[in-house]
Design a binder for this molecule. Sequence first.
Ligand code: PGA
Length: 258
Amino acid sequence: MKKRKLRYVVANFKMNPEAPAKAIALVKAIKAGVKKITSVHVVVAPSHVHIPLTAKFTGTKLFSLGAQNAGVAPFGAYTGEVSPTQLKHLKVKYSILGHSERRALGEDNLLINKKVLATLGAGLSPIVCIGESTRDKAGTYLDFLKEEIEQSLKDVSASALKKVILAYEPIWAIGKSSDEAMRPADIHETTLFIRKVLSDMAGKSIAFSIPILYGGSVAPENARAIITDGTVDGLLVGHASLDAVLFTSIVQTVHDAT
Ligand code: PGA
C-alpha cells in the first residue's frame, strides 16, 4: 500500500473562546472528530491560560498541543511573558511565532528570530509565520517574504531547521470567507518561491524537509484545492477551528486529498 504523506493541520484559536469550559469542550470535540484520521498531524493552539486545562486531552502521536506565542528566554525578568521552557513543562510541542496579529502589535523579525532560537533551545518546534500585507505587480512582496524568512531564521543551525515549520499567511487573506482565500495557483507559486529561499539558505534537502503550511480563510470548501493545487504540506486554521465540526471536516478533507 502506498505510504501517505504526513500533513499538518494547526488550529489557532487566537484569543478564543472566552470561558475555560468552552476551550476544554472544543479540544475534546476536535480530538473525538479526528481520532480515526491517520495521515494528518493535528495541533491545537489554545490561549496560554487554557493550555494547562486542555493538555491532558492531547499528547498522542498525531494530536499535539501548541501555543500561540513564546518568550525570548527560558526564564527571567520578563513581566507578562511566558517562556518556551514553561510551555514545554505543560506538554506543549509547537509554538506559533510571528503571527501577523503579533507583528501588528510591534513584533519584528529580530524579535521573532530571538523567539525562534529560544523555542528551539527549549525543544519545541516553532511554526514561523510569514506573509505580505499586499501584492504588487512588480513583485516587491517577494523581497519582503525573503527578508522575513532570512531574518526570522537567522542563526538557526541546519539540524534545528529540521524542527521548523513555516506558515505562509498572506495578511490580506486572513479572517475572510472561503472564496476570499488566496487562489491555489498563487499559493503554489509562492510555495515554490519559499522553497527556493530556504534552499539558498540551507540546501535543497533541508529546504524540502521543512513543512510549509498555508493559512488565511481556510474552510472545508477550499481545503482540498489548497492542499493539492497549492502544494502545501498543511494548513493553519483560524476562525474555522472554533467550530469542531468545520475543523474536523477540514482535517478529513486533507486526509482524503493526501
Ligand atoms: P483565519 O486565520 O483562518 O481566520 O483566516 C488564520 C490565521 O490567522 O492563522
